[in-house]
Design a binder for this molecule. Structure first.
Ligand code: ZN
Length: 214
């Protein structure tokens, strides 16, 4: 699996620094578990941070520091093994092993609309983590957000604003985004989704939910 859409460098920095809520962190960790490109970036961030902290702690930040950091990065062993697990709780495809820690034994699906079902994995103060199942060919009505939306495709795919997202692909949307994703015609699309849960009942998301329930 070679994802084409990735978290930004800034998001990976926030993830590595522990600045993200748990739900989006799980999505980024799941993406990184199957994306060599982001894992390499994350390794570089982590090693650079650790090496610079070492140097700062030793009070010896000098002209050799950058060279030392780069040497440490180049000497890191590369973990190239990507692990998948088959999970039987109503998912018919393999999921990245990282995600299995957060999957309940049985997913409880709720109808969000005629074309979208959701199953909650994590309920958190700021953000929930859900699996969305979008019916094949279903187009979610155009909507905007008042918060952030993190998404990773688990199986199938969708097209949004003429950009295709397939398995492993990551999407981040903010309150400037206006979109209408449409699932592939030949199969249902399963995504990991984290949306700011504080905006469930009001604002554009509330109107969106009202719209697709009619
Ligand atoms: Zn990536």
């Amino acid at each position: 699996m070679y994802p084409k859409h990735h978290p930004s460098y800034e998001l990976l920095l926030d993830y590595a620094a522990g600045n993200l809520p748990i739900a989006p962190s799980v999505i980024i960790a799941t993406h990184c578990s199957i994306c060599h490109e982001c894992r390499d970036t994350l390794d570089t961030i982590n090693i650079t941070g650790a090496a610079l902290m070492d140097d700062l702690n030793a009070d010896s930040l000098d002209t050799d520091s950058l060279e030392n950091v780069l040497t440490k990065i180049n000497n890191q062993p590369k973990d190239t093994e990507i692990k998948y697990d088959y999970n039987s709780n109503s998912l018919t495809f393999d999921v990245p092993k990282t995600l299995n820690n957060y999957l309940p034994k049985s997913l409880k699906w709720k109808n969000l609309s005629s074309g979208v079902k959701t199953a909650e994995l994590i309920a958190d103060d700021g953000f929930n983590l859900d699996i969305y199942r979008i019916k094949s060919g279903y187009k979610i009505p155009k909507h905007t957000h008042t918060g952030f939306e993190y998404t990773m495709v688990l199986d199938g795919g969708f097209t949004d604003n003429q950009i295709y997202f397939g398995p492993g692909d990551f999407s981040f949307l903010d309150d400037t985004s206006n979109h209408s994703p449409k699932a592939d015609l030949d199969r249902d699309c399963y995504c990991l989704v984290s949306i700011d849960s504080q905006i469930k009942l009001t604002g554009p998301i509330g109107r969106f939910i009202n719209l697709i329930n009619n």
